[in-house]
Design a protein around this ligand. Structure first.
Ligand SMILES: Cc1cc2nc3c(=O)[nH]c(=O)nc-3n(C[C@H](O)[C@H](O)[C@H](O)COP(=O)(O)O)c2cc1C
Length: 183
């Protein structure tokens, strides 16, 4: 398989739920936000706002919410002691469907992935928590997000406190079809 920096970053990024108590600098946060800013969007509509949370009380509330949602990798970490709220920084990806009624989900998703990859390239880890229903409403209330806007993801970011277990992906032979989907 081709060796390539982008591909290595994409493959190497893992969801991590516990973070070292080491700070994430403003320069690092800015690089991560810059990666989000340069995400593509429909007609370059850029419908996103990134809410950077460093306030301890707010992080604790959002962290508790991510803990509730984090079913996927939970078995890997002791859920006692430190939690997601101890991540040095959390970024909420907010989009305005008025700016991009047809593709706001994709816009938020691609900005989130850009930021997760940038964080990874800086030696940081993140955990993409997708938000729907009551969880989204709760985040909107905690962060004072206006009614019509949507929160696509919460991204806690910090230095990983453990080495995440390897995960696999379905092989290309099962997900790629050539020229036509069906016979
Ligand atoms: C749109 C989206 C929503 C997600 N929401 C959750 C979630 O609510 N809970 C959770 O445990 N993981 C969530 N994840 C993280 C996935 O579980 C994780 O990316 C997947 O298990 C693959 O692991 P990896 O990120 O380490 O490659 C979400 C990921 C994406 C892209």
């Amino acid at each position: 398989m081709t060796k390539n920096d982008v591909l290595n970053a994409i493959r190497g990024r893992r969801s991590v739920l516990r973070f070292e108590p080491k700070p994430v600098s403003e320069d690092e946060v800015e690089a991560i936000l810059e990666a989000g800013r340069w995400a593509p969007s429909f007609a370059n509509s850029q419908p996103w706002t990134f809410v950077v949370v460093r306030d301890e009380e707010t992080k604790a509330k959002l962290g508790a919410l991510v803990e509730r949602l984090a079913f996927a990798r939970r078995g890997q970490v002791a859920l006692t002691g430190k939690g997601v709220g101890d991540a040095p920084v959390l970024i909420a990806v907010v989009v305005d469907p008025v700016k991009d009624p047809g593709h706001w989900i994709e816009a938020g998703a691609v900005a989130t992935q850009n930021m997760a990859l940038m964080a990874h390239s800086l030696g940081l880890a993140s955990y993409w928590a997708g938000l729907r229903g009551r969880a989204e409403a709760e985040v909107k209330r905690i962060l004072g997000i206006p009614r019509g806007m949507r929160v696509v993801a919460l991204l806690p970011i910090g230095r990983p406190a453990y080495t995440p277990r390897e995960v696999e992906r379905v092989p290309l032979s099962e997900i790629v079809r050539r020229d036509r989907f069906g016979g």
